[in-house]
Write a protein that binds this ligand. Structure first.
Ligand code: ATP
Ligand code: MG
Ligand code: FE
Length: 347
């Protein structure tokens, strides 16, 4: 089955073609990052308008790359949520329009299920069951994954997501949006011993996270340096390093707990923050200690992309799932643990 995947939930237009027999055939991405950078964050209305400009040319590009004509598509999958409603509607309407014209099935899929299963596109994909740490711009969750659509939420952030915290810290340090990669780059030059930031919610049992206090802590540290006229480049690097260490350490502590609690030996880490090298290094070390193994998507599939949507869509479409004709879905808020396994239980 050849499935076209469409991602438009936020500020990336992603399109890909996944063939259930041959794997990923093509993928293309247009990032709106530069357009939103001058506003310091994503402007929803601008995002929707830009998706309408980019989506059809990207679909053409992917079909060309895969050497397929539209008529050779078997189905279309699109991100139905969660995300910005206007942005989601662009993908949903395009997918439904195309599917109707071609007379093929179409399915709206869950964006976080896409992130969660993105490591399945790699050469050595994880087998079920596993523990997943989803760390992105809008989510920080630990999930026990027993199979496709069989998810149990173990813990999540009670306030900011880890990626959001990275973005806010970046802003305070005068770095551009999105800040995660930039904070990480600055932190490389920082001295890990100079500041120690708190590891929120690690001193009590449980698998929930909280990152908003860390934001205040970062701001206070910056203000104190400023007041003492010591906020030079090395000091900013030291703050970035302390911030990154605190987030990474907190994530590692909770992953360790989740592995212990479930007794599982496989850990999947996905979403934008899973691109963070310090996080990967620390998790590798933890996993090695307990003969467990960590799995990640390749770098460009950590953040938003069409490939993960095509993949998840293909699994569910294969099992017979599809949207009703003419009923497109755009669901801004949609908890992942409300998903179900496909009825036929094929995948
Ligand atoms: P969601 O998937 O929750 O709806 P999103 O789609 O905006 O949110 P992603 O595209 O998965 O999120 O990830 C983007 C986030 O990842 C941003 O917050 C960005 O700062 C962060 N990020 C990307 N690379 C890194 C890195 N190397 N270190 C830390 N954070 C990173
Ligand atoms: Mg993004
Ligand atoms: Fe995302």
């Amino acid at each position: 089955m050849r499935v076209l995947g469409i991602e438009t939930s936020c500020d990336e237009t992603g399109v890909a073609l996944y063939d259930t027999e041959r794997g990923l055939m093509a993928d293309a991405l247009y990032s709106q990052v530069a357009m939103h950078a001058e506003f310091g964050g994503v402007v929803p209305e601008l995002a929707s308008r830009d998706h309408t400009r980019r989506l059809l040319p990207l679909i053409e590009q992917v079909l060309e790359e895969a050497r397929l004509s539209r008529g050779e598509l078997d189905a279309i999958a699109y991100t139905a949520g969660p995300g910005l409603v206007g942005a989601l509607m662009v993908g949903a309407a395009t997918a439904h329009g195309m599917a109707r014209a071609l007379g093929i099935p179409v399915l709206g899929v869950h964006h976080m299920e896409g992130h969660l299963l993105a490591p399945m596109l790699e050469d050595e994909p994880p087998a079920f069951p596993f523990v997943a740490l989803l760390v992105s711009g809008g989510h920080t969750q630990l999930v026990e994954v027993k199979g496709l659509g069989r998810y149990r939420l173990l813990g999540e952030s009670v306030d900011d997501a880890a990626g959001e915290a990275f973005d806010k810290a970046a802003k305070m340090l005068g770095l551009d949006y999105p800040g995660g990669p930039q904070v990480a780059r600055l932190a490389e030059r920082g001295d890990p011993g100079r500041f120690r930031f708190p590891r929120p919610m690690t001193d009590r049992p449980g698998l929930d996270f909280s990152f908003s206090g860390l934001k205040t802590h970062t701001l206070t540290a910056i203000r104190q340096l400023e007041a003492a006229a010591e906020l030079d480049d090395p000091a900013r690097a030291d703050v970035a390093r302390a911030f990154e260490e605190a987030v990474v350490d907190t994530l590692v502590i909770k992953c360790r707990r989740a592995l212990d609690q479930t007794g599982l030996k496989r850990l999947v880490v996905a979403g934008g923050v899973s691109a963070n090298l310090r996080l990967r290094e620390r998790l590798e070390h933890e996993c090695a200690k307990r003969s467990a193994r960590a799995y990640y998507p390749r770098g460009r599939f950590c953040t938003d992309n069409g490939a993960m949507i095509a993949y998840v869509g293909a699994q569910r479409l294969l099992a017979g799932e599809r949207d009703e004709i003419g009923v497109m879905k755009a669901v801004p808020r949609w908890p992942m643990d409300s998903l179900e396994a496909p009825a036929s239980g094929q995948a």
